[in-house]
Design a binder for this molecule. Structure first.
Ligand code: ADP
Ligand code: 5GP
Length: 189
């Protein structure tokens, strides 16, 4: 594979990772989002090939067997997500830097595979209580799903020290500025 650079964002759900990643995409033209494959069904307005490559369980497993993935995880019980090698090649062929939104284990795996070519950023919520408030405020999850996400957050936070950088997303503007500076520095070397 013709290796380029990659930037990984991982965080407990509700920390504000998607909000920050979208802001960075507006600032940096050279960043391109990695579209993951998943075995879950599309939700709401999600489009195949834009939000995810939606695969059946069988299709996903046959790609695992054919060694098509750089990494994959069963992030939620029964639901797999992974990064296809072909997706990384597609973005690097354009000389773009790949931006990843993956779960914490996927983030740690990608960092260990790509080393210095990767910048791994962990977005930390100011507190678990604030995380719960944001999930409630976002209005996309049931009360039960919010409790599952909050319970999982405690486990995920334990991975923070395996990342290159930890950004506490308290004030959104400060967090975006901190990320903008670290991405600028990473792209410069
Ligand atoms: P994630 O991608 O980590 O699950 P989102 O980007 O969807 O998180 O953010 C979760 C919710 O919190 C959204 O409603 C978003 O608008 C809000 N949010 C993001 N950052 C902040 C912040 N710094 N302060 C308050 N609310 C925020
Ligand atoms: P969603 O809310 O879209 O169903 O779940 C997304 C979860 O799966 C998030 O935690 C996201 O970071 C993770 N995820 C998405 N794509 C990948 C991937 O390619 N690899 C890994 N390891 N996790 C992924």
């Amino acid at each position: 594979m013709n290796k380029g650079k990659l930037i990984i964002f991982s965080a407990p759900s509700g920390s504000g990772k998607t909000t920050i990643v979208h802001r960075l995409m507006q600032i940096f033209d050279c960043l391109e989002f990695s579209i993951s494959a998943t075995s879950r069904a599309p939700r709401g307005q999600e489009v195949d090939g834009k939000d995810y490559y939606f695969l059946t369980n069988e299709e996903f497993d046959s790609r695992v067997a054919a060694d098509c993935f750089v990494e994959w995880e069963e992030v939620y019980q029964g639901t797999k997500y992974g990064t296809l090698k072909s997706e990384m090649e597609r973005i690097w062929a354009k000389n773009h830097t790949i931006l990843f939104d993956v779960d914490v284990k996927g983030g740690v795996n990608l960092k260990s595979i790509f080393g210095e070519n990767a910048l791994a950023v962990f977005v930390m919520p100011p507190s678990v209580e604030e995380l719960r408030r944001r999930l409630v405020g976002r209005g996309t999850d049931s009360a039960e799903m919010i409790e599952r996400r909050v319970a999982k957050a405690e486990e995920e936070i334990a991975y923070a020290d395996k990342f290159d950088r930890v950004v506490v997303n308290d004030s959104l503007e400060d967090a975006v500025e901190e990320c903008r500076r670290m991405v600028t520095d990473f792209l410069a070397v």
